[in-house]
Design a protein around this ligand. Structure first.
Ligand SMILES: NC(=O)c1ccc[n+]([C@@H]2O[C@H](COP(=O)([O-])OP(=O)(O)OC[C@H]3O[C@@H](n4cnc5c(N)ncnc54)[C@H](O)[C@@H]3O)[C@@H](O)[C@H]2O)c1
Ligand SMILES: O=P(O)(O)OC[C@@H](O)[C@@H](O)[C@H](O)[C@H](O)CO
Length: 386
């Protein structure tokens, strides 16, 4: 069986590639990073190392790679012959791979009748649906009909903390032991993708919201509070009792929302929160606050991990969430120079003011109570940097 995976980065190699190998796939990574592509083609395997006390390792074999920046033809051919396509390139990159994916799928339609499922493994709600929209923008009406009959775009929630890698071995990836990959089965065409470790569900929404509004909300809060406090890594951040408590309280707020919306068992959800905080605190993972806080424009998006639950909380309970708002305010103070989105937000604040910046990046209306509370909190954080 052949897999094509877009994005041979942290999660691509450290999670998806590893499960594809364990399931018997030969994986072709498509990436634009020449160094990684060359190394994969040279070694044809790489090591995944677990951040556990015994530092267990496994070798992922049967891999090769194509640089789509200079070898589109090979990438199109690989997609045309794949048994599954997955991605982990980042939500903002999905529109840029859509053209190539569309070409590969068109060629496949010309060559065979075999159905194909595509799974975008990105931290966003409806990632595969979004990718499908971008692919369909490249098609005419007849092609759209053929695509709908032959290709399934399956939304997913993926969870495994894979920090930026600093190993001498370029391909080695250190990952946390925990993982979870939940896939919406409702749009599958043909057989269920035979990937060991995938949990198929018929309603993904509770799972993706639970993951994004707990793991990623807690992570973002820790990153932005931690950055203000001058911490380097997420594990360091959580050693600070004050921030530990801020993160926990933030997750109590998203927990209250999730339990009310999805009737999750209160005790089980509390256990889920504590397990996640434990994962963040893993001393064997060196996860920089700047990676976890990366792309703050995306993270401040109306439906993303901070503003999404804050908005829903305010609508459902008729009051604003104290700690989520603190997290949003801290994100607006994230002025890390190497992050283009952080710099863009800081420019907007500097030239247009905080109100215009909040409106632009969160889509919240100035007259809303949530908006006003964020402005207030932003000014307070400004005075008392943690
Ligand atoms: N790292 C994690 O802990 C983690 C966990 C769950 C989900 N995710 C999600 O996985 C996705 C990837 O995150 P990551 O941490 O692996 O990032 P990463 O930067 O390590 O990997 C992204 C890879 O995509 C490649 N890429 C960029 N543009 C491309 C293009 N046009 N075509 C093909 N490849 C391209 C990059 O070169 C890079 O190798 C994100 O959506 C992220 O939210 C990450
Ligand atoms: O990948 P992002 O930028 O959406 O979010 C940063 C981290 O929160 C994220 O990568 C987590 O490590 C991951 O989602 C854990 O499953």
């Amino acid at each position: 069986m052949k897999a094509v995976h877009f994005g041979a980065g942290n999660i691509g190699r450290g999670f998806i590639g590893s499960l594809l190998y364990q399931s018997g796939f030969e994986t072709c990574f498509i990436d634009v990073n020449n160094e990684i592509v060359d190394a994969l083609n040279q070694n044809k395997q790489y090591i995944v190392k677990l951040a556990n006390p015994s530092h267990d390792e496994m070798i992922v074999k049967n891999v090769h790679a194509i640089n789509s920046a200079n070898n589109q033809e090979a990438a199109i051919e690989a997609i045309a012959n794949a048994d599954i396509v997955t991605t982990a390139v980042g939500p903002n990159i999905l529109p840029y791979i859509a053209g190539l994916l569309a070409e590969g799928l068109k060629r496949r339609l010309g060559d065979s009748e075999k159905p194909l499922n595509i799974i975008a493994c990105e931290n966003m709600i409806g990632g595969s649906t979004f990718l499908k929209e971008k692919v369909y923008e490249k098609l005419n009406e007849i092609e759209k009909d053929h695509f709908s009959a032959s290709f399934g775009f399956l939304d997913a929630a993926v969870d495994r903390i894979v920090p930026n890698q600093v190993n001498e071995d370029l391909l080695m990836v250190s990952v946390e032991p925990f993982y979870e990959w939940i896939v919406d089965e409702t749009n599958i065409v043909g057989e269920k993708p035979p990937v060991k470790g995938i949990i198929f569900v018929d309603d993904l929404t509770p799972f993706i919201e639970r993951k994004l509004f707990t793991v990623n909300t807690g992570h973002a809060a820790a990153a932005y509070f931690g950055y203000l406090a001058g911490a380097q890594t997420i594990a360091n951040v959580l050693e600070n009792k004050q921030i530990h408590s801020l993160v926990e309280q933030t997750l109590q707020e998203t927990g209250k929302l999730l339990i009310a919306k999805y009737h999750f068992d209160k005790k089980l959800h509390e256990d889920y929160i504590q397990k996640i905080i434990g994962r963040f605190s893993n001393p064997l993972i060196h996860d920089e606050v700047t990676r976890v806080g990366r792309s703050p424009i995306r993270k401040l998006g109306a439906n993303d991990r901070l503003v999404g639950p804050a908005r829903q909380y305010t609508e459902l309970f008729g009051e604003t969430p104290t700690y989520l708002i603190k997290g949003i305010a801290a994100a607006l103070h994230f002025d890390y120079e190497d992050d283009l989105e952080a710099m863009q937000i800081q420019e907007t604040i500097k030239f247009d003011g905080i109100e215009k910046a909040i409106e632009k990046y969160t889509q919240l209306k100035q007259e809303s109570i949530l908006f006003k509370e964020i402005v207030k909190q932003y000014k307070e954080v400004h005075i008392n940097r943690l």
